[in-house]
Ligand binder design. Structure first.
Ligand SMILES: [Mg+2]
Length: 267
């Protein structure tokens, strides 16, 4: 049976197995896209199931709202403030995620309407956990097992997303989101206005400064996700919860589910 030794397809010093105990050294850098058997030994064809731990990407950047989880956090909070606030905020979120208006124009305004208390955000954290996308945990674990660095980059509230992120095995530093602040009483006191994630192109800045292993795949449903495209090898529009035509049009791939995403990353 063929075997594939090592964990990093681009790091060099690999051995290519063509049979038990007959591993051959590969002394040259392997080409992109991934060096499947046909590229190295054109007359060999192995079932891809022999290579279950090979990903086309070394980093995966995931959006959270309407991607990792099937809710928009701020819209969920707004529904606690009655139908008028809920409708206004949902419309604003949709326009921002479609790229019609810049996020920075509405970020603080939406939160000022909602005034999320510590309790609201704690309840939202549970809602994120309940709304985890089908297959997301399995896909994340499979990619991590293949050596892929998986990070979350969200314009949502960090304290609301952290519990589901920790459950999925993310280190705190691999969740990039916006801090919310409260008074001692638990009442809303504002958000981290210095975070680039409150702006239209903030995810691009965050991904650039994170210096993730390349090639990287970014996945999300919104215009702020598509804005990461210049910093990554590929962008996949996630349409499992919402399909935004402007985002799909700019995407390299479209994933309707985390199963699709796994198949894209590990063909
Ligand atoms: Mg989103």
């Amino acid at each position: 049976m063929g075997n594939w030794k090592g964990g990093n397809p681009y790091g060099g010093n690999w051995e290519w197995g063509v049979g038990v105990g007959t591993a051959l050294p590969l002394p040259f850098p392997l080409p992109l896209p991934l060096p499947f058997p046909a590229l190295v030994f054109p007359h060999f064809s192995f079932p891809t199931s022999h290579f279950p731990d090979v990903s086309r990407y070394r980093s995966l950047i995931l959006d959270v709202d309407s991607t990792l989880c099937g809710i928009e956090g701020v819209d969920w909070l707004a529904r606690r403030r009655g139908p008028d606030v809920a409708r206004r905020i949902a419309e604003t979120t949709d326009r921002a995620m479609s790229g019609e208006i810049p996020v920075e124009a509405v970020y603080g305004e939406r939160l000022a309407l909602v005034l999320p208390s510590r309790r609201d955000v704690s309840d939202l954290a549970q809602a994120y956990r309940d709304a985890l996308a089908p297959g997301a945990a399995d896909t994340i674990h499979a990619l991590r097992a293949a050596g892929v660095r998986v990070v979350l980059v969200s314009g949502g509230l960090r304290q609301a997303i952290l519990p589901v992120a920790l459950e999925l095995g993310f280190a705190e530093g691999d969740l990039h989101a916006v801090d919310v602040r409260w008074h001692e009483s638990g009442e809303y006191a504002g958000f981290d206005g210095t975070s680039p994630l409150t702006t239209q192109h903030g995810k691009l800045d965050v991904v650039r400064s994170a210096a993730l292993p390349e090639p990287a795949l970014a996945v999300g449903d919104g215009a702020t996700d598509l804005a990461m495209r210049p910093a990554v090898a590929a962008f996949a529009a996630f349409t499992g919860f919402v399909r935004r035509d402007t985002v799909v049009l700019g995407a390299d791939y479209v994933c309707g589910s985390f199963g699709d995403l796994l198949a894209l990353a590990m063909p």
